[in-house]
Design a protein around this ligand. Structure first.
Ligand code: UDP
Ligand code: MG
Length: 324
């Protein structure tokens, strides 16, 4: 039997990235060579096909070399879930999560791995996007989002940190033990705790294909973050309800006194209209928000698996079982 070296699992989800398959496989090969040379680690690649409609899985399976597996999900479950599906297969001493669209560079990956190998007191190293390219409005919005979501909990969700990170096996096991169905990875990573360290990076430009994030997607994603990690929106609801009620009481008192002491006839139509429309709108918005929370509760309470695997394609030159 060969000597057993520690294994680094590389987890990469992909959705319709056939165009980047050969380039990404080449990047993984280079990364594997470096990791083996510098740290004497073996690399096992775990790709997750998140319901691609192109022939990506086929192309990846032709392009990949060494020890790899492609977990094909039965449909598109979203990147957050695809990452979990990959981590579920990870048995190594460390796991690196990266995108398959070439936006996450080999340099940053190596930097993170080095950091983790050299610092036994750190359990997670994550890449923090320095957002050099983002517009001012976008970055202000991101700031607002993080300050709101972080205002009510015991752990902070770091700004601009995504799935691109290296973790020790213990962290992987902690994360995969969290079976939230509506997953907000940024929050789960933070919730799990451990000693984490950030390193700055800026993502490469996308060379092929396109980002799956539309503006609408981003809004939905932020709402997901709120409803699974924050009670702040509910507090805002209660507060605005109380303020509206207070305003109503004060206005009511004013009308009462005017009628009692000055006998002013009540000219009500415009103010009534404003109040009705305003409160009606507010009511519907807030009901919708409560609905979001109820929906989260409902989807979490159904006893469904987080994802379904269609099949797993394996390739292993050495003939060893993956991760052994
Ligand atoms: N991805 C996925 N499932 C999805 C959406 C995206 O597996 O539903 C993959 C995608 O193929 C890529 C990574 O997740 O490898 C990051 O996605 P994307 O490039 O769209 O996000 P961005 O880089 O714009 O944040
Ligand atoms: Mg991308």
């Amino acid at each position: 039997m060969a000597e057993s070296r520690p294994v680094l699992d590389i987890v990469a989800p992909f959705l319709n990235e056939a165009q980047s398959a050969s380039a990404f496989a080449a990047l993984l090969d280079k990364l594997e060579a470096e990791v083996s040379r510098r740290f004497g680690m073996e690399v096992h690649k775990i790709l997750v096909d998140d319901g691609s409609r192109d022939d990506g899985a086929e192309r990846f399976s032709q392009a990949l070399s060494g020890s790899w597996e492609i977990v094909r999900l039965s449909r598109n479950f979203g990147k957050e879930v695809a990452v979990l599906a990959g981590l579920d297969q990870s048995r190594g001493a460390m796991a690196l999560v990266m995108d398959a669209d070439l936006q996450h560079s080999m340099d940053t990956s190596l930097k993170m791995i080095t950091e983790l190998v050299e610092n036994p007191d750190i359990d997670v190293v994550y890449a923090q996007n320095d957002r050099r390219e983002a517009s001012w409005r976008r970055s202000q919005l991101a700031k607002l989002f993080y300050s709101l979501i972080n205002s009510s909990q015991r752990f902070d969700i770091p700004e601009n940190a995504g799935d691109f990170r290296v973790m020790r096996g213990a962290v992987v096991r902690a994360l995969t033990s969290l079976r939230d169905k509506r997953r907000f990875n940024k929050g789960l990573f933070a919730w799990a705790g451990f000693r984490q360290k950030a390193i700055a990076y800026s993502p490469e430009n996308r060379v092929t294909g396109k980002s799956k994030w539309s503006r609408l997607n981003l809004i939905a994603f932020s709402l997901e973050g709120f409803t699974s990690f924050s009670v702040i929106p509910l507090r805002i609801i209660s507060l605005s309800g109380m303020l509206a009620a207070l305003a109503g009481i004060i206005y009511g008192a004013k009308v009462f006194f005017e009628v009692m002491f000055y006998g002013i006839a009540v000219p009500g139509y415009p103010s009534l209209m404003v109040a009705v429309v305003l409160l009606g709108g507010l009511n519907l918005t807030l009901l919708g928000l409560i609905g979001e929370y109820v929906w989260v509760t409902l989807s979490e309470s159904k006893d469904r698996p987080v994802y379904i695997v269609r099949d797993v394609v394996r390739g292993d030159v050495s003939g060893r079982p993956p991760g052994a």
